[in-house]
Design a protein around this ligand. Structure first.
Ligand SMILES: *Cc1c(COP(=O)(O)O)cnc(C)c1O
Length: 433
């Protein structure tokens, strides 16, 4: 129960943080309409929390798992047990979870290069993959790309309603097709993100044509959003970043690949060296944060989802175009809001920054960034550099002037961030309440 004094003090603290009464009131009204949505998210989090704890118990995680390991890392029990825990969580035969995997792109590049050979073809049946993968594959020419190693690539676009073009996927699969890559999250595109069920249907379709084709899912931003993961519906490999959902905000670096034993073994040989594989690679003291982050990941992901849904409903109500919209089901933690003018993107990002626990006094400004054809503004006040499970936002300063945001380690922080974004938009006159 929140008593009156308590409520008054919360309101005055919001005021002290810079949120005006009208913004808070508007936010409270929106929030009141989200009770059922939030209850459903909590139920998913409950299931996933139990799943993670069960995996930790089953694999007998002990205090010894947190010990520092250095050098070659032979018999690094903390590392090996964590990989068993990931395999249990994803219901796979094996997993590779390492601080030596530097980011999500690296994990994906590793899984691909470990399991493709010259003459093989890689197929994306879901349109263009995430930007950074273009150079990995060689869609944009790049040193060391798969293309340089004689691995060809083909792509089938989604149909205009965002569904799979089964007819052309069938045509695109031929003798040399070795691996199919499916990106779960839309990333920073406008297509819908796929549900795990949809991904399962696509995998079944591919396997019916050629059961030996390896089906890999880029699971970035999708972990723990649903009660099942792509590996529960036939994916041979699932891949992701530990500074997104499964790191729970605590992992300071890292990536994971979970899947079939022989494919993971190949990843190990590629990450370290043929002959050495998973046997080497010391965990250098990060194990406690990997375990604890995974333990927190279900509720952290739930917080990020609540923040995304809260924002969608706030800005939809104010007449802006939001993707996903306020009521549709969620398959990742990313939210896009289209403001139609530069000030919208800029003020939104300023608000997110101003609500951060770290670097809140910094003012983000649009800047030219490598790889972008317009100025970009980014807001992040994160404990871990670039961590996008922490509340963060960015947007290119070009039409349609959309901002993308994600994360929030706690729902209370996510809510503050969204309220602060609204406060900044009101101050600038972009929004009138
Ligand atoms: C973030 C992301 C990646 C790349 O991860 P990095 O850690 O930024 O290298 C790949 N695919 C998707 C869908 C992502 O969201």
């Amino acid at each position: 129960m929140i008593n009156e004094t308590h409520d008054t003090s919360i309101t005055s603290l919001y005021k002290e943080l810079g949120i005006r009464k009208e913004v808070l009131k508007f936010g409270r009204e929106i929030e009141a309409g989200l009770k059922e949505r939030f209850a459903a998210i909590d139920e998913v989090a409950e299931y996933n929390q139990l799943k993670v704890i069960h995996a930790m118990q089953k694999n007998q995680v002990s205090e010894g798992c947190f010990h520092y390991a250095s050098g070659y890392g032979y018999n690094d029990a903390g590392r090996d047990t964590l990989e068993d825990v990931y395999a249990s969580v994803f219901h796979t035969q094996s997993a590779l979870v390492r601080p030596q995997i530097t980011c999500g792109t690296h994990a994906l590049a590793l899984a691909l290069s470990a399991n493709l050979r010259p003459g093989d073809e890689l197929l994306s049946p879901v349109g263009k993959p995430y930007d950074t993968l273009e150079e990995v594959i060689g869609i944009r020419p790049s040193k060391g790309s798969l293309a340089e190693y004689g691995i060809s690539y083909s792509q089938v676009e989604l149909l205009s309603d965002g569904t799979f073009d089964y007819e052309n996927i069938r045509k695109a699969i031929h003798e040399n097709t070795k691996l199919v890559t499916i990106q779960r999250s839309k990333g920073y595109q406008t297509r819908p993100s796929f549900s795990v069920k949809q991904i399962g249907e696509l995998i079944s379709f591919v396997k019916e044509i050629r059961p030996d084709i390896i089906c890999m899912v880029d699971n970035c931003y999708g972990e723990f959003v649903e009660t099942i993961e792509p590996s529960d519906v036939g994916a041979d490999l699932v891949v992701g970043s530990l500074i997104k959902n499964p790191g729970g905000g605590l992992a300071p670096i890292g990536g994971y690949i979970a899947g079939r034993k022989d494919l993971i073994e190949a990843c190990g040989y590629r990450l370290t060296s043929p002959g050495l594989g998973k046997e080497v690679g010391a965990s250098l003291g990060v194990m406690q944060s990997f375990y604890q982050g995974l333990f927190l990941a279900p509720t952290v992901t739930a917080s990020a989802l609540k923040a995304a849904i809260f924002a969608a409903n706030i800005y939809e109500k104010l007449g802006f175009f939001v993707v996903p919209n306020g009521s549709e089901s969620r398959h990742d933690i990313i939210q896009a809001v289209t403001f139609g003018k530069p000030e919208g993107v800029i003020e939104f990002c300023k608000g997110i920054q101003a609500a951060a626990p770290v670097d809140s006094f910094v003012t983000p400004i649009p800047w030219a960034m490598p790889g972008y054809d317009s100025d970009v503004i980014m807001a992040a006040g994160a404990f871990v550099q670039g961590s996008s499970i922490e509340l963060s936002a960015d947007g290119p300063i070009k039409p349609p002037y959309a901002v993308y945001f994600q994360g929030g380690l706690t729902w209370h922080h996510g809510r503050l961030g969204i309220l602060m974004s609204l406060e900044y938009l009101v101050r600038k006159g972009v929004v009138v309440l």
